[in-house]
Ligand binder design. Structure first.
Ligand SMILES: [Zn+2]
Length: 532
C-alpha cells in the first residue's frame, strides 16, 4: 500500500507514454504537479482515497501534453484583436470586413487586417478605395507580406522622398517608382509596423488568455514562441505571476540583420529567466523568406520564374559572426529556412561555429526545412541540428500543392518537406504548427503527416507514423528545449501535463484521425480543459 494519495487518477486508458523504458500503461496517478505513478490498473488503486478524482477512460489514448515547437502565440494573440480576413476570398468581401471593423472601432487610430490571402489586395490604391481616412495595414496569412494604404505609407515616411530611392528591398515600387503599397518580408513591413501603436498590455493579456484556452482545448501544454524579445518574455512572466498562464512558454530573442553585437546581451538576460512556466535561452534568426512570395533562398532558380534572384537575409560571414556569439553565450539558435540554399548555408554556419567555439550539446535548430538537398540531410545528425517541422505546410494532395507544382517545379518535388528522408538520415525531428500561418490544432498536423500523398511518384513516401507524430510533439519536442527530464513523457516524477483523447488513436484509420480530439487536458497537475 502506498501512503501517497493521488489528486487525479486515470485508469483503463491506453497510455502511450513516449517512454522507451515503459512504452505502454493503463493507469496514471497525479499528485500536485507531478506524475507519481504509471502502470497497471490493479496497482493504481493504492493511490486512491476519498479525495481522489478518478477518471475511468474506457480504453482511450492518453499521452503527454503536446509541445508545439514552432508557434507565434503572443503576436498571434495580439493580432486576434484585429480584423480577421481568413474567410475572405474576394476584394469586395475584404472591403466589407475592414469597413465593418472600422465602424465598430471608431476610436482605433489604425485599421489592421490579418490572415489575408495573396491577390485580395495588392496596392495602396486598392486599399485607399476601402479606407482612406485612417491608416490601413493588411497582413498576409503567412505574415511574410503586407499591404498598406497611402495614409499609412505617408505616416511611415515612405512617400516623402517622392519616389522609392533609398528604401529597403521589399518595399515594392510601382511603374512610376513610388511605393506600391506592397511590403515584402520583415524589413520592409517593419517600416510601417513599427509606427503602429501596440495595444495596451491589458488587452494583449486578455487575448492571450483566450488564445491559451484554445490551445489547451487541443491538448497543447507547452509552446516555443518563435519570435520575441525581453518585453514579450515579460508579458508571459506577468501572465504567469497573475496565474493566467496555462501553458509553458519558451521565448527566443529575435536576431535581425540590423541587430548589433552588443544587443545580444538582451538574449543572455532572457536566458536567466527560468520561471516555472516561462523561460528564455534561445535566439531566432531568419535566413530567408517563403516560396509563396519568391523570397525563399534556393539553390536552383524558381521553376515558374527563373529570373528571380534571392539573397539570404544574412550573408554567410554575418550569420557566423552573430550566431557564434550566441553559441558562445550558451544560447540555442533557431533559424528559419524554407529554401534549400538557406538550409545549406545555415548548416555551413553551424559547422563553422563548431570549429570556432568547439562542440557542445547545443541543439541548434532549423525551422521548416521545406526543401533540403540530399547531401545536406545527414549533416543534421552529424552537427546535432534539429529539424523543426510543421506538417500543415505540406498540403495533403498533389492538386493542393500549388507552390510545389509551380515554384519548385517537378525536378525538386521529391525534396519538398522531406520528413522521412530526414529521419532516415538520422535527423531529430520535432513537430509544431507555425500558427498563425496555419491552424495550431495538432490533429490537423497529424492528419497531414499521416496522410499526405507523394508529390513525386518516384520519390520517397514522406509520411510519418502516428507513433512518430506523438513523439515529435512530446518526447522529441521536450528534448529540443532541453527539458527531456522534466516533461514530454508519461513517467513517474515528470510534470503532469497530459492529454486524454476521445478515441484510441491507434485504432483509428489514419484518414480518420481528425475525428479524435482531447476530452481532458491536464496542465501542471490541473485540469485546464474538460469537454462537457
Ligand atoms: Zn514561424
Amino acid at each position: 500500500m502506498s501512503d501517497t494519495k493521488a489528486d487525479i487518477l486515470i485508469t483503463n486508458a491506453h497510455i502511450f507514454t513516449s517512454d522507451e523504458s515503459n512504452p505502454r500503461a493503463e493507469a496514471v496517478a497525479v499528485r500536485g504537479n507531478r506524475i507519481i505513478f504509471v502502470g497497471a490498473n490493479r496497482s493504481a488503486k493504492n493511490f486512491c482515497d476519498s479525495n481522489t478524482r478518478v477518471i475511468d477512460e474506457l480504453g482511450h489514448t492518453l499521452t503527454a501534453g503536446f509541445i508545439d515547437t514552432h508557434v507565434h502565440l503572443l503576436s498571434g494573440a495580439t493580432w486576434m484583436g484585429y480584423a480577421d480576413l481568413r474567410e475572405v476570398h474576394a476584394r469586395g468581401d475584404a472591403r466589407t470586413v475592414l469597413r465593418d471593423f472600422a465602424d465598430k472601432h471608431p476610436s482605433d487610430e489604425w485599421i489592421i487586417g490579418w490572415r489575408s490571402e495573396y491577390n485580395i489586395v495588392s496596392s495602396r490604391h486598392e486599399l485607399d478605395e476601402i479606407i482612406a481616412d485612417r491608416p490601413l495595414y493588411v497582413r498576409a496569412a503567412d505574415a511574410h507580406t503586407a499591404w498598406a494604404n497611402t495614409k499609412a505609407l505617408e505616416m511611415a515616411g515612405l512617400l516623402h522622398n517622392g519616389n522609392g530611392s533609398g528604401l529597403p528591398d521589399g518595399v515594392v515600387l510601382d511603374e512610376m517608382g513610388y511605393p506600391s503599397g506592397e511590403l515584402r518580408e520583415a524589413r520592409a513591413m517593419r517600416m510601417v509596423l513599427d509606427i503602429i501603436p501596440t495595444p495596451v498590455e491589458a488587452r494583449i493579456r486578455e487575448q492571450l488568455k483566450l488564445a491559451i484556452q484554445g490551445f489547451n482545448k487541443t491538448g497543447i501544454t507547452s509552446i516555443h514562441n518563435m519570435n520575441g524579445d525581453m518585453n514579450d518574455l515579460m508579458v508571459y512572466a506577468a501572465a504567469e505571476d497573475a496565474g493566467e498562464l496555462n501553458l509553458r512558454a519558451y521565448v527566443p530573442y529575435s536576431v535581425k540583420p540590423e541587430t548589433r553585437e552588443e544587443e545580444l546581451q538582451e538574449a543572455a538576460e532572457m536566458a536567466k529567466v527560468q520561471m516555472d512556466y516561462v523561460r528564455g535561452g534561445m535566439t531566432k534568426f531568419f535566413m530567408d523568406g517563403v516560396w509563396e512570395s519568391y523570397t525563399a533562398f534556393n539553390i536552383e532558380p524558381y521553376a515558374d520564374d527563373p529570373t528571380v534572384r534571392v539573397d539570404p537575409i544574412f550573408s554567410p560571414e554575418h550569420f557566423i559572426r552573430m550566431a557564434s556569439l550566441c553559441d558562445k553565450m550558451g544560447l540555442q539558435i533557431a533559424v528559419h529556412c524554407c529554401g534549400d540554399g538557406a538550409v545549406k548555408q545555415t548548416l555551413d554556419g553551424y559547422e563553422a561555429i563548431q570549429q570556432i567555439n568547439g562542440t557542445r550539446d547545443s541543439r541548434h535548430r532549423i525551422e521548416h526545412v521545406e526543401v533540403c538537398q540530399p547531401e545536406d540531410m545527414p549533416r543534421f545528425k552529424q552537427l546535432g541540428v534539429i529539424a523543426s517541422i510543421q506538417p500543415s505546410h505540406a498540403s495533403l494532395r498533389l492538386d493542393e500543392y500549388k507552390i510545389g507544382r509551380d515554384r519548385l517545379g517537378e525536378k525538386r518535388w521529391h525534396l519538398w518537406q522531406p520528413w522521412r528522408d530526414l529521419k532516415n538520415a538520422g535527423a531529430h525531428l520535432s513537430l509544431g504548427s507555425d500558427w498563425t500561418v496555419v491552424p495550431y490544432d495538432p490533429m490537423t498536423h497529424l492528419h497531414v503527416a499521416l496522410n499526405r500523398e507523394k508529390l513525386s511518384p518516384t520519390g520517397t513516401d514522406q509520411r510519418l507514423t502516428l507513433e512518430e507524430c506523438i513523439l515529435g510533439y512530446t518526447r522529441d519536442a521536450a528534448y529540443v528545449e532541453f527539458q527531456e527530464f522534466e516533461k514530454g513523457k508519461v513517467r513517474e516524477g515528470y510534470l503532469a501535463d497530459l492529454i486524454l483523447f476521445s478515441h484510441d488513436l491507434f485504432e483509428l484509420k489514419p484518414e480518420d484521425i481528425m475525428t479524435a480530439k482531447p476530452v481532458i487536458t491536464i496542465f501542471d497537475g490541473r485540469i485546464v480543459f474538460e469537454e462537457e
